[in-house]
Design a protein around this ligand. Structure first.
Ligand code: FAD
Length: 396
């Protein structure tokens, strides 16, 4: 039998890492909890970055996940501005800030980092949006620029474009797919999103590839599209996806193919667990490994991993959930809306811009999505949780 842990180290001081630390205490763990975080800020919530922080509705301190005094009350030793650089699973130590930090259990909660545009390191006017510092820098540059070009019409690019339009800033949204967020929500809902952005005067350049970012004297001057068009700008947001933050685990022997590979209990190796955006775990009911980059999963998986670290875990089998706010529209979804091969509207209609839609794969429901319909969507969640046959869902 494994001895109960006395010292648990969490790497990553954000949504997943801090939830796990809190949960360990809530679950009665009274040993040492040490959190190591690369950013200098107290852990904060990321969804408001592209919404309330970018728009100026909120100040940065409103994003804090735990007030400062809670760390002391909970007995969490938090080392901020310190990146873990290596893991020695045999010796059960993490290398951080020039020291070896010993653990009985380790939680990896290092999230993801944004992909950057090749060859633009250090180029002024090219931005990403992952941290408070990124957002404040981008916000200032966006206000100063005559026009912002957003490269990437996925989740983040679409949200940022909507917020910028709310500020009256001209925006061009460029991406290779035919409509915003098409990979995440499928063609019908993506088409509607495209209409919404067009109505708010976003200059949509979709189905178009970016050839390069032009610059002069270390500052961006424009974005070159396939076909020869050049979009003049001094401010570019690169929103082309992310990569799991696992570089520090190279050589550890962990499975690092697209995140940290884990079993159904979020365990990656002896004494090592992972949660949040970085974790690719085996979802038993889906029968496959999933990695989810959404806020609710970070909380739920961290709680599950905390319990598993204490030896009281259950297989982690959530119904995934995400939301996105664009203009006055809240889109929410349960399950998997990406990669579905069937789509139908269950209530409301696309025309009235208020509806709940169901997504299927083969003969089963795999996802539901609500467009300005939170209450109706909550009722439809059961269709996903029960993996209801497609025909029954339509009949219901
Ligand atoms: C702009 C933006 C808007 C979003 N909006 C939504 C939304 O509307 N709805 C939704 O569902 N989700 C949204 N998300 C996604 C959501 O915020 C993430 O799913 C969530 O933050 C994941 O939490 P996490 O703790 O796993 O990872 P993260 O929040 O990425 O935190 C990981 C932390 O680990 C740190 N770290 C990395 N490497 C190391 C290291 N070697 N040593 C120490 N620390 C390290 C990082 O600096 C970071 O602080 C949004 C994300 C962004 C960026």
């Amino acid at each position: 039998m494994t001895a109960p842990p006395r010292r648990i180290v969490v790497v990553g001081a954000s949504a997943a890492g801090l939830t796990a630390a809190e949960s360990l205490r809530a679950d009665g763990f009274d040993g040492d909890v040490v959190v190591i975080g690369a950013e200098p800020h107290l852990g904060y919530d990321r969804p408001p970055l592209s919404k309330q922080l970018l728009s100026g509705a909120w100040e940065a301190d409103r994003l804090e996940l735990l007030p400062r005094h809670r760390y002391d009350e909970l007995g969490i030793a938090c080392h901020l501005g310190v990146a873990a650089t290596a893991l020695d699973p045999a010796g059960r130590t993490v290398r951080a800030g020039g020291a070896d930090v010993a653990y009985d259990r380790l939680l990896i909660a290092t999230g993801v980092r944004p992909r950057t545009w090749p060859g633009t390191d250090g180029l002024r006017g090219v931005h990403v949006l992952r941290t408070i510092d990124d957002t404040l820098a981008f916000k200032e540059a966006a206000h100063a620029a005559g026009r912002v070009v957003v490269i990437g019409a996925g989740f983040l690019g679409a949200e940022a474009a909507a917020t910028l339009r709310g500020l009256g800033i001209p925006v061009t949204l460029v991406g290779p797919a035919p409509a915003p967020m098409v990979r995440q929500v499928g063609p019908d809902v993506a088409r509607l999103l495209g209409e919404l952005h067009a109505e708010h005067d976003v200059d949509l350049r979709l189905g178009v590839t970016v050839r390069g970012i032009d610059h002069d004297d270390g500052r961006v001057t424009g974005v070159r599209l396939a076909g020869g068009t050049s979009l003049s700008t001094t401010c570019v947001l690169v929103a082309i996806g992310t990569a799991p933050a696992t570089g520090w685990l190279d050589g550890s022997g962990l499975d690092l193919a697209d995140g940290v590979g884990c079993d159904a209990m979020c365990q990656a190796g002896p004494g090592v667990f992972a949660a949040g955006d970085v974790a690719r775990w085996f979802h038993r009911t889906h029968g496959t490994r999933l990695r989810i980059e959404h806020r609710t999963n970070a909380t739920e998986q961290a709680m599950a991993a905390a319990r598993a670290m204490l030896g009281a875990g259950q297989p982690y089998e959530p119904v995934p959930y995400f939301w996105s706010d664009q203009y006055d529209t809240k889109i929410q979804a349960y399950g998997q809306t990406a990669g579905a091969d069937r789509f139908a509207v269950l209530s409301g209609s696309l025309e009235e811009r208020r509806f709940v839609a169901v997504y299927g794969r083969g003969e089963r429901v795999v996802g539901v999505l609500g467009w300005r319909s939170p209450r109706e969507l909550l009722r439809a969640r059961a269709l996903v949780a029960g993996a209801v046959p497609w025909q029954d869902a339509l009949a219901a």
